[in-house]
Design a protein around this ligand. Structure first.
Ligand code: APR
Length: 227
């Protein structure tokens, strides 16, 4: 089977009711992103940050995958599929994708503020002040915040280097290093990009553009790939 890598971003989850980042004028669900998604924000107001991600978890629990997620999961019948997502929701997994790399972390995981290797599942939606790791330190959301390292970048690069087909869907490709991944694919690899508002980079590189929303775009691409 050929290898197929999907690079996904917030746009794939838009049809499931989860808002994208940059379509909202720099605000994320009404918050300045640096207040809720940076180490400085955490130090300044831990309660606000915990509450913000609690609300995101609540929202994700009631969200369902859409046709775009579903088609991506179904492609596993025909390809060795790896999903490299910038999303922290679990909708790819809910749709049935079995190999998902979450570059920017996962909403339903927490980790120790002092021992980053201590990572736990979050049952339900709430993470509170006083929830501690086994060594007695506060737990924080296991999310890669602005200015933090992206520990799964090497694993993602390896997948992109080895892929035979690359699909980019629902990302503005403005956040690095994630946005640089596209450049690691071999020159001969067909590269498709699905987005209703093409990111600027799409004009500079050799990509097949599908200017549509996630579900419509994946339907069109599935027909192209499977004939
Ligand atoms: N289907 C597909 N794409 C869509 C849809 C849709 N229905 N609606 C919007 N989009 C596209 C937008 O046109 C945009 O290009 O999804 C993209 C979303 O871009 P961003 O909001 O910038 O999201 P993303 O690229 O995932 O952001 C990257 O930034 O804040 C950080 O860590 C956060 O992972 C996030 C990262």
């Amino acid at each position: 089977m050929k290898n197929l890598v999907i690079l996904s971003g917030a746009g794939i989850s838009a049809e499931s009711g989860i808002r994208t980042f940059r379509d909202a004028g720099g605000l994320w669900e009404g918050h300045d992103v640096m207040e809720v998604a940076s180490p400085a924000g955490w130090l300044k107001n831990q309660e606000l940050v915990l509450d913000f991600y609690n609300q995101r978890r609540k929202q994700a629990l009631s969200a369902e995958p859409n046709l775009g997620h579903q088609i991506i999961a179904d492609l596993e019948a025909h390809f060795e599929v790896t999903v490299v997502t910038q999303n922290v929701d679990n909708l790819h997994e809910k749709a049935g994708s079995s190999h998902v790399i979450h570059l920017h972390g996962e909403l339903f995981k927490s980790r120790s503020i002092c021992h980053p290797e201590l990572i736990y599942d979050v049952d339900g939606w709430e993470l509170k002040t006083g929830d501690l790791c086994e060594k007695g330190f506060q737990l924080r959301p296991n999310i890669v915040w602005f200015g933090e390292d992206v520990p799964l970048m090497d694993a993602a690069m390896k997948e992109v280097k080895n892929t035979d087909i690359l699909i980019v869907i629902g990302t503005s490709l403005q956040v690095y290093p994630a946005a640089s991944l596209i450049h690691y694919a071999r020159d001969d690899v067909p590269k498709y990009i699905i987005d209703p508002n093409m990111p600027t980079i799409a004009k500079q590189t050799d990509l097949h553009l599908i200017e549509k929303g996630g579900s419509e775009g994946m339907k069109e691409l599935e027909e192209l790939l499977l004939g």
